[in-house]
Every structure is written in C-alpha cells, then in structure tokens.
Design a protein around this ligand. Structure first.
Ligand code: TA6
Length: 315
C-alpha cells in the first residue's frame, strides 16, 4: 500500500495532566508532555507503526516547526513540508484525573498564497509520479488554517480522482461541506461532526444510520464514524457494521481519531473487510488513549484489545 498524508494545519500538542483542573484558578500540572501533532501527521505516525512509510505533506514554520521535524525524524516518519513564515501552532490539552478533557487550539497560519501554491505543486508532483510511486491513498486530515480557502480539500480531491487516487478526508465545517461534494473514498467524522454537517442531532441510532447511508449513496463514499467510548461504525452501500470500544483508563484522548483512521485504512487495504478494519482500528485507538499526549502504542500493543472487540452487522 502506497499512502501519503496532508496536514494543512500542523501543531505541537502540549498535554498537561491535573488532579482536578479549575478554570479561572492557578492549576499545577502533575505531568506534562509535548508531542508532535496535526491530524495528518498523526495518521502518518500511526501508519509507520503499522508498517507503512507514509510521507507527511503539509507545512512547518518557525522553532515549533523545527521541533516538529526533529520529533518526526526521531520516529522515522518521512515528511515533505513547505516552510512557512507563520510559526507552527501549539495546541494545549488539559486532562484531569476525573477524565474531563479541555482543548485550547490556536487557529494556525496565516499561510501565504505562495506557500499554498508551493504545497499544491508538491501534491501535484506526488500525484503525477514525480516524487516516486503514485499513492493508492491520500489522507487529508485536520483543520484549514487562516490564509487558505476551505475549498482546498475539494480541489485536491477532484485532482486525485483523475489519477485514480483514493482520498480519505477527516475534517469538519466548511472544509467538509465542500470537500464531500468531490466524492472522496472515505470520510471519517465523529458523531458531533456528522450532526454539525447534518444540522441536527440524531435521536436514535437508526436515524443516524439512515441519514449516513443516504449521504454515502449521494456522494458514493464510505463513512467511518467514530463514537468515542461508544465505539465506531462503518456505513456504506456494502453494509453497516459497528464495534464496541474496550474499557480502558483514559490518559490521552489526543490523536485517538487519527490512530483509528490510520489503523482502519491499513487493515481495510489488506483485507477489504470493514468489520476486521473496525476491530483493529478500535483496538489501536484504545491502546492509544491509555498513553499520555499523542504518545503512540507499539505495533504489539495495537492488537492487545482485538480479542475483546466484536463487530456487529447492523444493516
Ligand atoms: O486529533 C488530534 C490532533 O491531531 C492534535 O494534534 C490536535 O492538535 C488536533 O488534532 C488538531 O486538529 P485540527 O482539527 O485543529 O487540525
């Protein structure tokens, strides 16, 4: 499997653990860790653990960008970043022992037009085989920073489809509303993002499945829907499967969705079996949340929960 990822809005993640966090007060962390972040970058990091040398495309700027590259070098994750004038952002994750988590993310950017044009040229070269093998999959994951039009995922998807490259899209708001119209191969919303897109809350599981099946048919795509501690679903024209999430101590939620997506794609490519892909993805994601920050499990740990995860066919 040849795969690459795109992170338009990379980040360093500063995760801080507290006994009990109190807004508006002085809180002293019991532990803190800074890890490389950004959704597409985290997907590439997990794909590396799954045995795939995925190249992470995107941006890197300033001292934070240099730290991000050093961290990726240490993990052996390949990248092809456009240097930006804007500093790569720092996102704060506050977790307390009760399990409550609070995120404070910078908006990121602004990226300039020339920086964006350089990135699009790099992606076009990748899609045209000028950077080596043309990828089977291109995972575009995360928010769109200031300075870049939210239609960018739509544009890249349209170009990818002309080359037979499968686009996997994990984003929200306008970027998702626009990107989905180009009919990517897979989208990976969580329940909140799907309800935000639908403009309503789903009262029952059947209501959610009916809506998602219509969406999958309309845009000829597959939906991998993550549900946090309630597990995850695969919803597409070839069926609907659901897996449970094993009960684990939550120390680091950051990157759980990225881990899920990477493990899903790796397994789905190998087996073409959505149920199996869901099970491995749920196991990896569970093993990830047991670790602080965006620290990632080992290849051995990624399958530690497969035995307790059951896939149920709902449609
Ligand atoms: O999914 C976790 C993560 O990769 C973290 O790096 C966190 O900073 C976040 O995603 C950034 O996501 P965003 O949607 O802001 O691009």
């Amino acid at each position: 499997m040849n795969i690459a990822t795109l992170t338009l809005n990379p980040a360093l993640d500063r995760s801080m653990l507290f006994e009990k966090f109190e807004a508006g007060a002085l809180n002293r962390a019991t532990s803190a860790v800074t890890t490389v972040g950004g959704k597409g970058i985290n997907v590439a990091r997990v794909l590396k653990i799954c045995g795939h040398d995925a190249v992470a495309y995107g941006f890197a700027g300033g001292d934070n960008g240099e730290m991000m590259k050093r961290m990726l070098d240490n993990e052996g994750v390949k990248y092809d970043f456009v240097e930006t004038a804007a500093q790569t952002r720092m996102n704060i994750k506050i977790v307390d022992k009760s399990g409550e988590a609070t995120e404070a993310s910078e908006s990121g950017g602004p990226m300039t037009q020339s920086e964006t044009d350089e990135l699009l040229k790099n992606i076009d070269d990748l899609f045209s085989g000028k950077k080596g093998a043309v990828p089977d999959y291109f995972v575009m994951s995360g928010s769109v920073p200031r300075g870049i039009d939210p239609s960018i995922y739509k544009t890249i998807t349209e170009n990818a489809k002309k080359k037979g490259i499968k686009i996997i899209l994990d984003c929200d708001r306008d970027a998702l509303k626009l990107g989905i119209t180009a009919c990517p191969f897979i989208i990976k919303p969580n329940k909140f993002e799907l309800e935000q897109y639908a403009g309503k809350k789903f009262e029952t599981e059947n209501e959610l499945i009916d809506y998602a099946l219509d969406l999958a048919a309309k845009f000829e795509l597959k939906i991998v829907l993550t549900l946090g501690e309630k597990g995850a679903m695969y919803i597409a024209s070839d069926g609907v499967w659901k897996v449970n999430a094993p009960k684990v101590e939550m120390r680091g939620f950051t990157g759980a969705g990225d881990s899920f997506l990477a493990a899903f794609v790796s397994t789905y490519d190998r087996t073409a079996d959505p149920a199996e892909a869901l099970r491995f993805a749920a196991s990896f994601s569970a093993a990830k949340v047991e670790l602080e920050g965006t620290l990632l499990p080992t290849k051995e740990d990624m399958t530690k929960y497969v035995g307790v995860i059951k896939a149920e066919k709902l449609r």
